[in-house]
Design a binder for this molecule. Structure first.
Ligand SMILES: [Zn+2]
Length: 381
């Protein structure tokens, strides 16, 4: 069973539109060169020595670069540059340690999204101050150049700020992520109820109390508009002003769909937490499902929902348990335990040949999931 830890909490704020936000964009564009440069270096190092150079080799190298050939990076705070190297180091480590993790890739400038600030920032009434550097011709050295950016301060954060991140999304909006060490809980009153939940393609979530929850399928809802926008994009001259406008429009629709989905997920998770003390689900084989079902799986976004549900259960002090995917949950009869080996994927309803009880495939699975989660010994019988 995968253990999830919730030691950090991120609060997201929109940075207000302002011409000076261009500075943030310039920073991200310059920052994109850093991982690409070091990735190239790592690849050469690997070809020669058969291992990758860790961050403790790359960081002194960065210092030299900033003095010599890459002086145009020096206006970005050093810990932001270091964070890029650390991220690359982690990516290489994961690539060598896990067989299913791919090699770090070169980044495209328009895909480069975030910068991390561990120090040198200051908050004051809806504004954040970042300290960049600029070249001073009179003293012939870099001097601090502190810039304020205001953001939509719509809520307070709890806990101590660990670091902040500046993000640029595909629409071109800048966001401020405040990452804190908040682990506070809002404990809900106990209800004495437990539930097993089975994810499915036909029904989004089937609960062991025979309740069925359908997904609104937000992507499907917007598919027509999406096609229209794609068509209008393909009619424009690539790189022209109208083309860029169409690209933004499309990105804005995708963002809207993602927001709708996320909102629905949070509401569903809150609802489940209010009603049940124990919530049991099955670990999903997402890669396999994606191969089988394609776009629909992405639209349903089971993985995201499980993450949200796990966090909500932590926050509201509910027990969240995941039954691993090898536990038989579909075939056994939930009344007598008889394994129905003749069951195929298309059988939605079936009758148990042993005890004769009628089953709905998903409800039966949800009951089995709950049983396996409450008593791990059951799965062996
Ligand atoms: Zn039976």
């Amino acid at each position: 069973m995968k253990k999830r830890k919730f030691t950090r909490r991120t609060y997201k704020y929109q940075i207000r539109e302002h011409p000076k936000n261009k500075r943030l964009g310039n920073m991200l564009d310059d920052l994109c060169d850093v991982p690409n440069h070091f990735l190239n270096l790592e690849r050469r190092y690997y070809r020669i020595y058969g291992k990758y150079a860790g961050r403790y080799r790359l960081q002194p190298h960065l210092t030299k670069l900033l003095e010599r050939t890459r002086q145009h990076w020096a206006w970005i705070p050093r810990d932001t540059l270091d964070a890029v190297i650390i991220r690359l180091d982690i990516a290489w480590g994961r690539f060598f340690d896990f067989p299913n993790v791919g090699r770090p890739k070169f980044k495209r400038k328009d895909r480069y999204r975030s910068a991390k600030f561990q120090s040198g920032y200051l908050f004051e009434a809806g504004r954040v101050r970042l300290s960049f550097k600029s070249w001073d011709d009179t003293t012939k050295s870099l001097k601090f150049n502190k810039r304020w950016f205001s953001f939509h301060d719509h809520r307070d954060w709890n806990g101590n700020v660990r670091y902040i991140q500046i993000l640029r999304d595909a629409v071109g909006t800048y966001w401020l992520y405040v990452v804190t060490d908040d682990t506070s809980k809002e404990v809900l009153p106990a209800t004495g109820e437990s539930v097993g939940a089975d994810f499915g393609m036909e029904t989004y979530l089937t609960l062991s109390n025979s309740e069925k929850i359908q997904s609104p399928q937000f992507l499907k809802q917007s598919l027509k508009t999406l096609r229209q926008l794609n068509k209008s994009l393909s009619r424009k001259v690539k790189g022209s002003g109208n083309w860029w406008r169409a690209v933004r429009q499309l990105a804005r629709l995708y963002r809207h769909i993602a927001n709708q989905r996320r909102d629905w997920h949070f509401k569903l998770a809150t609802d489940l937490c209010r009603r049940f003390d124990v919530i049991a689900t099955e670990t999903l084989n997402l890669a396999g499902m994606k191969r089988l079902w394609g776009r629909k799986v992405s639209d349903l976004a089971f993985g995201e929902f499980v993450e949200i549900l796990a966090f909500k259960c932590f926050k509201h002090n509910r027990e969240f348990s995941e039954v691993d995917q090898w536990t038989p949950t579909t075939k056994p009869c939930s009344d007598c335990g008889h394994h129905n080996e003749n069951l195929t994927l298309s059988d939605r309803q079936w009758t148990c040949p042993e005890c004769g009880s009628d089953h709905d495939r998903d409800i039966n699975a949800a009951i089995n999931i709950l049983r396996a989660a409450c008593d791990p010994a059951v799965e062996q019988t």
